[in-house]
Ligand binder design. Structure first.
Ligand code: SF4
Length: 155
């Protein structure tokens, strides 16, 4: 996107990630990659308590279940609120790039949050066009940390 000339900012809002050490590791890695590509990076608050209260009772849901929908909604809505307050035109999300995610769930919750906040959501289908290979190459090239679970608990 940056190479296409889009003026973009990366917002890191992942209060779903535990433990805190893991959160910090992923956040720092993201910050470093953004620095390398001269992309502004913003870390929002780590409000894991609010995430836990919103997903209470769904602890045993499988990945791709109802807990994930609430998780997407919370994170995307907060990001859109930030975008609106700071004059951004639109929001997109790398949530749509993971093969472990249900893209319909991501888009459904993103569009709901978008309607509520009034910031357009740009859907991306990055599982096509060799994106997975590009991702794997980048991990190797930059020797990046690659997590083996989503965020709230190890698979
Ligand atoms: S598995 Fe991932 S997307 Fe689903 S609730 Fe946990 S952290 Fe959120």
């Amino acid at each position: 996107m940056a190479k296409d000339g889009l003026d973009l900012t990366v917002v890191f809002y992942n209060p779903n990630i535990v433990p805190l050490e893991e959160y910090n590791k992923r956040c720092n890695e993201n910050r470093e990659v953004c620095k390398l590509y001269h992309i502004p990076f913003i870390e929002l608050e780590y409000d894991n308590e609010r995430w836990c209260s919103l997903t209470k009772g769904m602890e045993n849901e499988p990945e791709r279940g109802s807990r994930c929908e609430i998780c997407f909604y919370m994170r995307l809505k907060r990001t859109m609120e930030f975008a609106k307050k700071n004059g951004f035109d639109a929001v997109t999300s790398v949530l749509g790039t993971s093969r472990f995610k249900n893209l319909d769930q991501v888009n459904k919750m993103a569009n709901l949050a978008s309607q509520e906040v009034g910031v357009p959501y740009v859907e991306i289908e990055s599982r096509k066009n060799g994106m997975q290979d590009l991702r794997n190459n980048l991990i190797k090239e930059l020797n990046l940390y690659s997590q083996d679970y989503c965020g709230c608990k190890p698979r």
